[in-house]
Design a protein around this ligand. Structure first.
Ligand SMILES: [Zn+2]
Length: 301
């Protein structure tokens, strides 16, 4: 009898233990899918929600009630920062009233806080449009900066959830190894793209072009945040006649009309690249980079 009871007790304890760890799962609110994808690499057991999809412009979304409810329950908020989400995140944070995700040393993590951004501005005035004064926040296509962010993020996970320190360390080491290996492959495949010139929409691919040494000679936006006007498109048409432009590049959520018009007028290939994980059927960061490089190589000869 005694032996049976102790077995039962053990079973009960084990069940209770697994329920406990399920309840203690880290609840993460990511602003963009690339941060959700990074969390999936570093903490595959965490519960991660992304506020936006690859088909949404992360500069501007609605702070809808379902997002507020999600943020209210979060232990960790992971976003690009550098004011990318300034149009909606402060409002969301206010309405969610969750003090756990307000402190940049604990539950609030901005990727751009942990790297050097490109194109920081000293002076900003309204005539410049919706510029990113703290530097370009679209860092998802810089594999080296992303690795720095992953390093900082795994340290933050350890700080928030020290019990699983070894797991986070192993996950980061594993990611770092696979990512570093993948970078070599991508750089080899993208070598023919070096020195090519493109016209693109916004500074969405600033880090990608910087990494692969592609030059963006024109922007479909007359000013950041403004759609292409006909006079601006006319100036891009004359630019295309003077410069050798290899492709017109936009992303999943940007309006394709202006770029397609320019492409028809000039016979320059028009290319839509995924902005982040989820577009073009990409499931993770590795597939995202694979797809972008295959598409660039396909369009730019
Ligand atoms: Zn932007």
């Amino acid at each position: 009898m005694v032996r049976i009871s102790s077995k039962l007790l053990l079973v009960t304890l084990l069940c209770f233990g697994s329920v406990q760890s399920a309840v203690a799962k880290l609840n993460v609110f990511a602003c963009e899918p690339e941060y959700k994808a990074l969390m999936n690499e570093l903490a595959p057991n965490a519960k991660v929600y992304s506020a936006t999809t690859a088909m949404q412009d992360p500069h501007m979304i609605q702070a809808r009630p379902s997002l507020i409810a999600k943020l209210r329950r979060a232990d960790l908020l992971v976003c690009a920062g550098a004011e990318l989400e300034v149009g909606w995140l402060p409002m969301l944070q206010m309405k969610a009233a969750n003090s756990a995700v307000r402190n940049a040393n604990t539950g609030l993590f901005f990727g751009t806080d942990h790297i050097e951004t490109l194109d920081k501005l000293d002076k900003v005035d309204r005539s410049m449009g919706d510029v990113h004064a703290q530097g370009n926040p679209h860092i998802q296509f810089d594999p080296y900066r992303l690795l720095q962010v992953a390093d900082a993020l795994h340290q933050r996970l350890i700080k928030l959830d020290p019990e699983h320190q070894t797991e986070y360390q192993q996950n980061f080491a594993n990611f770092k190894q696979r990512w570093t290996q993948a970078i070599k492959g991508w750089e080899k495949k993208a070598a023919p793209l070096k020195g090519k010139q493109v016209i693109a929409y916004h500074s969405t691919f600033r880090y990608l072009f910087n990494w692969l040494r592609i030059k963006q000679v024109g922007d479909l936006e007359p000013k950041p945040g403004l759609p292409p006007s006909s006079s601006h498109l006319a100036s891009l048409l004359s630019l295309s006649n003077k410069e050798h432009v290899s492709a017109i590049v936009i992303t999943s959520y940007q309006d394709s009309k202006g770029g397609q018009w320019l492409s028809k007028k000039t016979d320059i290939p028009f290319l839509q690249l995924p902005a982040t994980v989820g577009a073009d059927n990409t499931q993770d960061l590795f597939q995202l980079y694979d797809t972008v490089i295959v598409k660039l190589n396909g369009a730019i000869q």
